[in-house]
Design a binder for this molecule. Structure first.
Ligand SMILES: *Cc1c(COP(=O)(O)O)cnc(C)c1O
Length: 504
């Protein structure tokens, strides 16, 4: 493809925008048409791309056709296809047509709503959408703008940002009482299953790394944090002069989907006066279905709760909802009012200026995206989406249970099944077997799963939830897993008890 004339007046020409966008949209639609045929986990070697692309930028403009051709040839092979129906790794990052359209509108309008006046609709829509979401999740009205008690919500790009901001608010609230040099005394509590983002955030806001407590969990509690263990850890810290600051509970832990007992933990948090945050990044979306809402009982005791619509709510990356009962604590920590941003509405304090609710100044119009998703699908379709993923996970769980060579190692929660090949004889290291199984499945390109090690046990995680996944994909993937297990067990180094069919 040749170069186009160098014409700066076409940088945002509406006709060019329309025609080139159509080409890109068609390209993406074709990608989704073919996605099932592509190897799910990319099969390239590190550094593959620099061998294929020029080592410096083009001086003259290039055509969109030439660029798309290179995407087809060079980029697509280096993608792990998160939207493939056979993607069961990590937690899904749901995409949908509405999520894509919302993202396109957000990006197309490209406003920067850091304060109200910089784009009133961006701020006001975000407030409305956060209340909509909060009501769908049946959050107490103290978390909603419409609750009239000072609560409200904000959209961040990630849970990590939400946790950093709430920790900063908690830290500053505590330091205002004990003095700034008390920072070395503050302690953050979570479980050994809590997402590493909390530990990272705690370091980022200046808490000494040795003051982060990853409280051990056990299989007996389903890897949930127990109130007694939190209480005794806090007591031990207080006895040495430390000051409990922040407790993070999780609904749907990353490794196994465990649910911490929110109500009991909330009571402990209250007793010790710590900031109580609930991380429901993945499983939060399930709260819109009445049958899952009980996992959130006790949320009324939290200071803040966050969940990621970009995981399980059909909302393309990126989107994290954070609600607070006292956003003013966040604003006290994060607000800045440089002269260049001063304006009547902000000075009168009659509006929300979302720059004071987040790390960055500039911000995307994410509310547009979430609003489009919610309107386009409605609560009914969103619930159906959650339920169908859970039904597929249940089906997979049954398939695993029917094959005696395998076991489900933690009770299934939501749409995550953790399983493994059982040890074949006394002293068999099942982790070797399962690592091989996982690698064989993933390198086949026909499915992609990831693993966790919990309580010393290596397990394979089967996270259902990619938008295109249907029951037939789950069944085909199970057959693939079984056939790889047949091969591994036959060729296994110490093949003592197994038969390829798994029959005793
Ligand atoms: C995915 C996940 C996170 C991290 O979310 P980001 O938005 O990537 O920061 C945190 N906690 C839990 C429980 C998660 O599943």
């Amino acid at each position: 493809m040749g170069s186009l004339p160098l014409d700066i007046f076409h940088l945002l020409d509406p006709d060019v925008l329309a025609s080139e966008s159509r080409v890109v949209v068609d390209f993406i639609a074709d990608y989704y048409r073919d996605i099932e045929q592509l190897p799910v986990r990319s099969q390239v070697e590190p550094g593959y791309l620099s061998k294929r692309l020029p080592d410096s930028a083009p001086y003259l403009p290039q055509s969109i056709d030439a660029i798309l051709e290179d995407i087809r040839e060079d980029i697509i092979p280096g993608l792990t296809h998160w939207q493939s129906p056979n993607f069961y790794a990590y937690f899904q990052a749901n995409a949908s047509t509405a999520g894509f359209l919302g993202e396109m509108l957000c990006s197309g309008l490209n406003v920067v709503g850091f304060n109200w006046i910089s784009s009133p609709a961006a701020t006001e829509l975000e407030g409305i959408v956060m209340d909509w979401m909060g009501k769908m999740l049946k959050l107490p009205s103290s978390f909603l703008f419409s609750g009239g008690q000072g609560g409200g919500g904000v959209l961040h790009g990630s849970t990590c940002e939400a946790v950093v901001c709430t920790l900063a608010a908690a830290r500053d609230r505590a330091l205002s009482k004990i003095g700034a040099d008390g920072i070395t005394k503050l302690v953050v509590y979570a479980s050994d299953q809590t997402h590493f983002t909390v530990q990272k955030a705690s370091k980022l806001i200046g808490i000494p790394p040795s003051n982060f407590r990853a409280i051990p969990t056990t299989a007996a509690s389903g890897y949930a944090l127990t109130p007694d263990s939190v209480r005794s850890t806090m007591e031990a810290d207080i006895a040495t002069g430390l000051v409990p600051l922040y407790l993070c509970a999780t609904v749907g832990t990353t490794a196994v989907g465990a649910v911490d007992p929110l109500l009991e933990l909330g009571k402990v948090a209250k007793e010790y006066g710590v900031w109580y945050h609930i991380d429901a990044a993945y499983a939060g979306s399930s709260g819109i279905c009445p049958e899952f809402r009980h996992y959130f009982d006790g949320v009324e005791l939290a200071h803040s709760i966050s969940m990621n619509p970009h995981k399980w709510f059909l909302t393309n990356m990126d989107c994290c909802c954070l609600w607070l009962r006292s956003p003013s604590a966040l604003v006290d920590s994060l607000s800045t009012c440089p002269e260049i941003l001063r304006n009547k509405a902000s000075d009168a304090k009659i509006v929300v200026d979302y720059k004071d609710w987040q790390i960055a100044l500039s911000r995307r119009f994410r509310a547009m995206k979430l609003w489009v998703v919610i309107r386009r699908y409605g609560v009914a379709k969103l619930m159906e989406h959650i339920r169908s993923d859970v039904a597929m996970a249940k089906h997979f769980e049954r398939l695993v249970a029917m094959d005696q060579r395998f076991e489900v190692v933690v009770p299934r929660r939501f749409s995550l099944v953790c399983f493994r090949l059982k040890p074949r004889f006394e002293g068999d290291d099942a982790s070797v077997l399962n690592r091989r199984l996982l690698e064989q499945v993933n390198s086949s390109g026909r499915a992609f799963m990831t693993h966790a090690v919990v309580g010393g046990m290596f397990m394979i995680r089967f996270a259902v939830g990619t938008t295109l996944t249907e029951m037939r994909h789950v069944e085909a993937t199970w057959k693939l897993i079984q056939s790889k297990a047949d091969e591994i067990i036959v060729e296994g180094p110490r093949n003592k008890v197994s038969s390829p069919t798994g029959l005793p």
